[in-house]
Design a protein around this ligand. Structure first.
Ligand code: NAP
Length: 491
């Protein structure tokens, strides 16, 4: 068994408020555990409303100086933080695998991906352009300014412990806002490590604050405190709905990056090898625990057997085990609830007539490991009445069904309340455009199983939320537009 000790990684486990490391006022803490072994790795502060208020007040105090800095000054600090992340990449990656479980090669990839959002924002902040608009009067001028919003709260999930933070922090800070970050309870240490590096990079106290603890108390303070002008949330649609209701009281600006249920269509003219490679990348990254991971496979009947056999062959090469093993591609699921959900999706599918081609159950990971490792699973015979066809599975399970025509495939794909990512494979250029336009999703991978990148707008439609992260589009999420009507005097 591979045991990594937190002390080897030199990680701060207290909260960051106004440039100081603090505990909860009443001294309470909660345990963070390694999902692979269930072993406790750290205690972190169980903070609530009072500490969150301190963090919001610190961010509000830091805002006037931060927003008045030039874009180049803000950008150089963001670039310094990105650089520090890359210099500490191995340490941060090991920490991520320890608290989240993902294979170490994926953790290294996520650190680079996370740093890329800071680098992108560092540059994009210089292009936060305003406008002049021709007026309807000789003695008037119309100016449009883009200004910071104020204190931004970022609430993030456990599945990408670093990237989901920097995807918000980078553009929010580049636009001149200050931030309070609330990471998920399963993965607070990666967030605190980022806070530590931000201090080393030279960010002024209060510009970045990190609070861990009771989500309800922290959330209520965030939405109840009028100094918070924007909340950016990434997480489940269920919690997104709760936050949307809370935002109504003070009409707080929101971005919601919520759950997905991605369809993956393979047309009869597809390059099947490429489709298999795309399916592997989309389905099995992070053991299937990504918001953009393919959850429903629709394969043309004439290509079905070739694709299914190719996918099963590729899946047979996946090694399941502890994320610290360099040869492992499938780590543990995050917790026992996740295991219960994945198991129930598989048994429900079988009860509704599906059959298992490969996998279908927990995989043995060896002595000392928790029962959290699910075998890569391929299911034939997906139908609309199965839970797996309607709910996010968040596990390494690929359910397949055959279709006969393009319209049917599009209808099957769009038959979901979610609208985050969709994928399809075809070699027909006309079909490519037609299907890309018809899919009711915010992100479409056309012959591409891995579309996420810092310079492109990432986000959903329907119940997958609203707002975009990444690309130049994200800068609108973190800035206000102000129209100045300038009278020059005279007639
Ligand atoms: P989650 O349960 O919704 O939690 C997300 C965050 O919200 C956590 O920090 C959680 O804190 C916090 N939270 C929960 N209840 C809250 C409340 N009442 N007030 C304020 N904060 C609250 O989601 P998750 O299980 O961590 O992440 C998985 C989900 O995220 C999946 O649905 C996935 O699709 C989605 N996701 C979406 C994207 C995207 O870009 N669209 C990206 C990644 C993940 P605690 O951890 O302390 O409970």
């Amino acid at each position: 068994m591979m045991n990594i000790d937190l002390s080897e990684l030199d990680i701060e486990s207290r909260n960051l408020v106004a440039g100081q490391w603090i505990g909860a006022a009443d001294g309470r803490t909660f345990a963070v555990a390694d999902p692979a072994t269930d072993r406790e790795i750290a205690q972190v502060p169980l903070c609530g409303a009072a500490e969150t208020r301190q963090a919001v007040e610190a961010a509000a105090r830091a805002w006037p100086d931060w927003r008045s800095r030039t874009a180049a000054e803000r950008g150089s600090l963001l670039a310094a933080l990105a650089d520090l992340m890359m210099r500490h990449r191995e340490r941060l990656a090991r920490l991520m695998t320890l608290e989240q479980g993902k294979p170490i090669t994926e953790s290294r990839g996520e650190i680079a991906y996370a740093a890329s959002f800071l680098d992108w924002a560092a540059e994009e902040g210089r292009r936060l352009y305003g406008e002049t608009i021709p007026a309807s009067h000789r003695q008037k001028r119309i100016l449009v300014l883009r200004q910071s919003i104020g204190v931004v709260a970022a609430i993030t999930p456990w599945n990408f412990p670093s990237a989901m933070i920097t995807r918000k922090l980078g553009p929010a800070l580049a636009c001149g806002n200050t931030c309070v970050v609330k990471p998920a309870e399963q993965t607070p240490l990666s967030a605190l490590a980022l806070g530590d590096l931000a201090m080393q990079a030279g960010f002024p106290p209060g510009v970045i604050n990190v609070i861990t603890g009771d989500p309800h108390a922290i959330g209520r303070e965030i939405f109840g405190n009028t100094a918070v002008r924007k909340v950016s949330f990434t997480g489940s649609t269920e919690v997104g709905r709760i936050l949307m209701r809370q935002a109504a009281d003070h009409v707080v600006r929101l971005s919601l990056e919520l759950g997905g249920h991605a369809p993956f269509i393979v047309f009869e003219d597809a390059d099947i090898d490429a489709a298999v490679a795309g399916a592997m990348a989309s389905k099995f990254r992070n053991s299937g625990q990504t918001c953009v991971c393919a959850n429903r496979f629709f394969v043309h009947e004439s290509a079905y057997e070739k694709f299914a056999a190719g996918l099963a062959r590729a899946m047979a090469s996946l090694r399941v085990g502890c994320g610290f093993d360099e040869n492992v591609q499938i780590g543990p699921l995050i917790d026992d609830d996740a295991v219960a959900k994945v198991t129930s999706h598989v048994s429900d599918a079988l009860a509704h007539g599906a059959t298992v081609r490969t996998g279908g159950d927990l995989a043995a990971a060896g002595p000392g490991y928790a029962k959290r490792f699910f075998a890569p699973t391929l299911i034939d015979g997906l139908t609309a009445d199965m839970r797996i066809c309607r709910e996010e599975t968040f596990g390494p399970v690929a359910p397949l069904r055959a279709f006969t025509g393009e319209e049917e495939a599009i209808a099957l794909a769009n038959d979901s309340p979610y609208g985050l990512a969709a994928y399809f494979y075809t070699r027909d250029a006309s079909r490519l455009m037609r299907v890309a336009e018809a899919l009711e999703y915010g992100i479409v991978g056309a012959n591409d199983g891995m579309p996420s990148t810092a310079q492109a707008p990432f986000g959903g439609v329907k119940q997958s939320g609203f707002g975009r992260e990444g690309g130049r589009h994200v800068m609108h999420e973190y800035s206000n537009v102000k129209y100045v009507s300038w009278g020059l005097g005279g007639a």
